[in-house]
Design a protein around this ligand. Structure first.
Ligand code: GUN
Ligand code: ZN
Length: 648
């Protein structure tokens, strides 16, 4: 089994998952196939809908003597006439629906293996949301026991080990930790169908996050029974990679159409608000005139088109780095989902979500509602303004909010005040919170789109934070009107501002005081002739940092890495590689996850880092592609892209 992350945003992953019958792209939707009633043929699913992987129920096949015999003799792929990967479920859901199933837990695992399933599932115990803690604990214990026994029976088949635990976060996390110690191929989150049926999405958020916090991040996570596109963006943002859908068929049977914003009954529509091939060809009246069988088929197709489009929407958002924006847009369209997204404001989730969040993104940070200010990236920045940022002095001029780029409108005033007192701290009271002048080109301050007047909650949060920030740094506010407008000796002011900018951005990126370490005199700042923006920073005649034009953040050069390495002790900024990998890194090759021995737990995706051997000898500098936990868990794929190595 190989699962590799190709791109990421929030806790969402765009990945490649290899199975014996081929590699699929995640996030992915697995349509549920009932071998007794094929609504849409597997070939059509593959060719018309771009479906790469199916899921079917091995218990149904096992119980039906014809299907049983066919599957054993010719294999599952022959039975379904599908050459791609097929996942099988075990009958645990039937057990929940009908009270029990008459099958041995190991027998059904062996059967899944014998019919050639790519990913089999153990016969877990479905833990219902209304269970007492004792009942839920018993379900978890029995599920873990079965998982341990099943692993010995699975042979080369990938095995899905579901995470149960009802609504008890500690049980979910414990179950996830225990399952992570076993040879799993996939981790489904189980027992959540009643939550989805009851639109209890806020509870679902707690369940997913509790499970994710205990899971080995190097395996894909499946959300069992999630087939409504409404849920996909949020579930992916929280780290789910796979979904299975019987909903496309079930809803179609009830004449209901799935949409990214919810569900609509055909009889309540006068027109079809969709441009899929079905809705483009048929009108509501025409659909109503079809036979029930044909209508179900047509609506099922619409439902799948919508689901697949939403999956593509999510993958695009992950690549661009605006998945939170998509989540928030969807939440505005559905009150239950709105409740769910707003659970994420809780400070108890911030730590984990922040660890998953990249340092920078391709897309600008766009305001999309009251949740935007709570996005992990903005909360991290505000936190770093207290812990990483050092103001030039306690005299602070706080400028009223304006559109970004924030300081352009106040250029003359800023120059004048800095001439009077060059140490003045200049801050913009932006809708995102305080932005020091030195940081106004750094992501996301310059790459953001906020309205001048956001909602009341955002304004209140920002106001409270600026008060906290002023108190924390003991600022004396000074008044703009006191400033004399004089314009001489501008070059000195600009140089001073540049040095302040370099030091402040470096501190925000690496930590308080690290700007100073990197800026040992003599310092030279080279700018782009075209844009006037900082490009390269030299210290003691060595190129230590380069500033990226697109996000105003630094890339670390080997001379900068050497200075940081000398001045701060492990594990700070380090990714430690196995001795076997050192020679490759010394040639400039990237670091594969399997060679990462340990790393600084504070490294985030896209952070700059120091690549060292096990004796803490600096080998190279590079850019992390994964979270600290992922770098240490994955056995495939690149963990750090090496930027510059020490010549040996
Ligand atoms: N399908 C929907 N929910 C579940 C679950 O909790 N376990 C299994 N095995 N299948 C499911
Ligand atoms: Zn449609």
């Amino acid at each position: 089994m190989v699962f590799e992350i190709k791109a990421r945003d929030a806790a969402g992953r765009l990945g490649k998952f290899s199975t014996p019958h081929g590699t699929i792209t995640t996030p992915a939707l697995l349509p549920v196939i009932n071998p007794n009633k094929l609504l849409i043929s597997p070939q059509e699913l593959q060719q018309q809908f771009g479906i790469e992987i199916l899921i079917t129920n091995s218990y149904i096949i096992y119980k039906d003597s014809n299907l049983h015999q066919h599957a054993l003799e010719n294999g599952l792929h022959h039975l379904l006439n599908f050459s791609g990967p097929i996942m099988t479920d075990s009958g645990a859901f039937q057990s929940y629906v009908y009270g029990s199933v008459s099958i041995d837990p190991l027998e059904i695992v062996r059967f899944q293996h014998d019919i050639g399933s790519d990913i089999g599932t153990i016969l877990d115990i479905f833990s219902k949301p209304d269970q007492t803690k004792g009942e839920a604990r018993a379900a978890v214990q029995e599920t873990i026991k079965r998982a341990k026994m099943s692993v010995s029976e699975k042979k080369e088949m990938l095995l899905a080990l579901p995470i149960q635990g009802a609504l008890y976060p500690d049980l979910r996390t414990l179950c996830a930790q225990k399952m992570s110690q076993l040879d799993a191929g996939v981790f489904p989150i189980g027992g959540v169908v009643p939550l989805m049926e009851g639109q209890r999405y806020a509870d679902l958020v707690h369940v997913i996050l509790a499970a994710k916090q205990g899971l080995d991040p190097s395996k894909p996570v499946h959300l069992f029974g999630a087939g409504h596109p409404l849920l996909f963006p949020l579930a992916v943002a929280l780290g789910c990679d796979l979904f299975d859908s019987a909903s496309y068929a079930k809803f179609a049977q009830d004449n209901r159409l799935l949409f990214s914003w919810g569900t609509e009954h055909l009889s309540n529509l006068t027109e079809l608000p969709c441009s899929c091939p079905i809705c483009s060809k048929y009108s509501v009246e025409e659909l109503l005139q079809e036979t029930p069988m044909s209508r179900t088929q047509l609506l099922a197709k619409h439902n799948l088109y919508v689901c697949q489009a939403e999956i593509r929407h999510i993958r695009t958002a992950i690549t661009r780095g605006n998945l939170w924006e998509l989540v928030e847009q969807r939440a505005i369209q559905n009150p239950y989902l709105f409740n769910a997204v707003h659970q994420l404001k809780k400070t108890s989730y911030f730590k984990w979500l922040e660890q998953q969040e990249s340092i920078t993104k391709d897309a600008a940070l766009k305001y999309s509602g009251t949740f935007t200010i709570y996005q992990p990236l903005l909360r991290r920045l505000n936190h770093r303004l207290l812990t990483h940022y050092t103001p030039p002095s306690q005299n602070a001029l706080i400028l009223p909010p304006t559109q970004s780029p924030y300081f352009k409108r106040y250029q003359n005033e800023i120059q004048a005040i800095l001439q009077k007192d060059p140490t003045t701290t200049i801050l913009m009271n932006s809708p995102m919170g305080p932005v020091p002048l030195e940081l106004d080109e750094m992501y996301p301050y310059a790459q953001s789109e906020f309205p001048e007047n956001p909602d009341g909650e955002t304004r209140l949060i920002t106001k409270k934070f600026i008060q906290k920030f002023i108190k924390h740094h003991h600022f004396n506010e000074i008044n703009l009107i006191d400033v004399l407008l004089k314009h001489n000796d501008l070059t000195n002011i600009i140089t001073l501002l540049d040095i302040r900018r370099v030091a402040a951005v470096a501190d925000m990126q690496f930590g308080k005081g690290y700007g100073k370490i990197l800026l040992q005199p003599p310092v030279e700042i080279l700018k782009s002739k075209k844009t006037g923006k900082i490009r390269r920073v030299l210290s003691k005649n060595h190129h230590v940092l380069s500033m990226r034009a697109q996000d105003g953040l630094f890339t670390l050069k080997i001379a900068g890495g050497t200075a940081l390495h000398k001045n701060c002790s492990p594990p700070f900024l380090r990714v430690v590689v196995d001795d076997e990998a050192s020679p490759f890194v010394q040639e400039g090759k990237s670091v594969f996850s399997k060679f990462v021995v340990s790393c600084d737990p504070n490294l985030r995706p896209y952070d700059e880092c120091l690549i060292v051997d096990q004796n803490d000898t600096l080998l190279a500098v590079g850019r992390c592609l994964l979270t600290a936990q992922e770098m240490q868990s994955f056995t495939v794929g690149v963990a750090v892209k090496t930027r510059e190595h020490i010549s040996v």
